[in-house]
Ligand binder design. Structure first.
Ligand SMILES: Cc1ncc(COP(=O)(O)O)c(C=O)c1O
Length: 369
């Protein structure tokens, strides 16, 4: 008899399915015996980390016997300067992922509701489920645009958080500034809007907003940002939240003291001033997105124009087969089943060479069908 069998986890965990990340390169190489594997599955920066960040890391190594700065003082200071904020407006976290969990732990009681325009990033649901709160999914329109009327009409007295992911993962669509303003002005003031602009650096539309202007105008909003995307530091795990001091102070109560390690803090402090690397990353993304669009048009594939560093493509009933065939050829993309979209795949924008190889292989797979 196994004595462990009698130990029960919390009931709310029954609702949680573990997050399924994009397969790492080494795993696919090992499984398929391939020399080269291209990962276009996790919206990472294809040109690598900020060189300024790499440079500061070696200098931190002799100090690894010390705990990191619990307040992430230098990093907060740099971010505050960059965005014209005060340090009290900021919380630094172990990736934006941790911040989503912290927000859930801070604001959600069992039975509360969160509103999520869907499909979107799965961690919002995870945080709610963890706390025994309920997810109210509000479908995006047919072409994946946000429908603010539907969001407003989904509000009940139990609604605590409204998540808005802009640009939205996995669709690449965004919520225009005027729509956000209208939403913020209409929603009851006890509801916190969680505005996830993890991909803001890739958005090029004039009516795009990263949400920070609305923090400055004192609306009940928290903006989520990350160092995992344009700054290329996904492996170090740093993100941050921007909000009014009272919201930040509430979340600080549930944060572990040493949640962001010293290497991550130093690298992020350097990366945020590395404008050359940011601009180079944006340019590779802009050119790469166009390269993918042109290829999809030539292949007569329906895609959604993206304000981000990935593109959602409709492949029809054979999408799962195509996803596996790409994997067999050493190209990892994301299959849409994760979002209940079995006829789609999401492709992260790579370097122009990586995109070309993807296009070549996709073309040959489609020609064989
Ligand atoms: C919309 C969105 N928000 C947040 C995150 C999490 O970012 P981090 O790596 O900082 O945890 C991701 C990661 O892919 C994302 O797509």
């Amino acid at each position: 008899m196994n004595g462990m069998n009698l130990i029960e986890s919390r009931k709310v965990l029954r609702k949680i399915t573990p997050y399924l990340p994009g397969k790492p390169i080494w795993e696919v190489q090992k499984e398929l015996g391939l020399d080269r594997v291209i990962k276009l599955a996790s919206n990472e920066n294809p040109i690598g980390p900020s060189p300024k960040a790499i440079k500061v890391l070696a200098g931190c190594l002799p100090e690894l016997n010390r705990y990191p700065d619990a307040n992430a003082t230098y990093l907060k200071n740099k971010i505050a300067q960059r965005f014209g904020l005060t340090e009290g407006n900021l919380i630094i976290t172990n990736g934006a992922d941790e911040l989503i969990t912290l927000i859930s732990e801070t604001f959600l009681e069992p039975g509360d509701e969160i509103i999520v325009p869907s499909p979107s990033f799965s961690e919002y649901d995870f945080g709610a489920n963890l706390m025994g709160a309920n997810v109210v999914a509000v479908p995006l329109s047919e072409d994946f645009q946000f429908n603010i009327k539907d969001i407003i009409s989904s509000v009940t007295e139990k609604t605590k958080l409204v998540y808005l992911c802009s640009p939205n993962n996995p669709t690449g669509t965004y919520l225009p500034r005027n729509d956000l303003e209208q939403l913020l002005s209409t929603l009851p003031k006890h509801i916190l809007v969680v505005f996830d602009s993890a991909y803001s650096h890739f958005a090029t539309s004039v009516d795009y907003t990263d949400g920070i202007e609305f923090v400055k105008k004192d609306y009940p909003i928290i903006v989520l940002q990350t160092f995992s995307k344009v700054y290329g530091l996904a492996g170090l795990r740093v993100g941050f939240g921007i909000s009014g001091e009272s919201i930040i102070n509430c979340i600080m109560k549930v944060k572990e003291p040493f949640n962001v390690n010293s290497l991550a803090q130093a690298a992020a402090t350097a990366a945020i001033t590395d404008d050359d690397h940011v601009m180079a990353s944006q340019e590779v993304n802009r050119v790469g997105r166009e390269q993918l669009y042109q290829a999809f048009e030539a292949l007569k594939l329906k895609y959604t124009e993206s304000m981000s560093n990935f593109v959602l493509v409709e492949l029809g009933p054979k999408a799962n087969d195509i996803y596996h065939e790409l994997m067999a050829k050493g190209i990892i993309v994301r299959y849409g089943n994760t979002w209940g979209m079995p006829e789609y795949i999401r492709i992260s924008v790579g370097t122009s060479e990586e995109n070309s190889i993807l296009i070549q292989q996709l073309t040959s797979i489609l020609n064989d069908k």
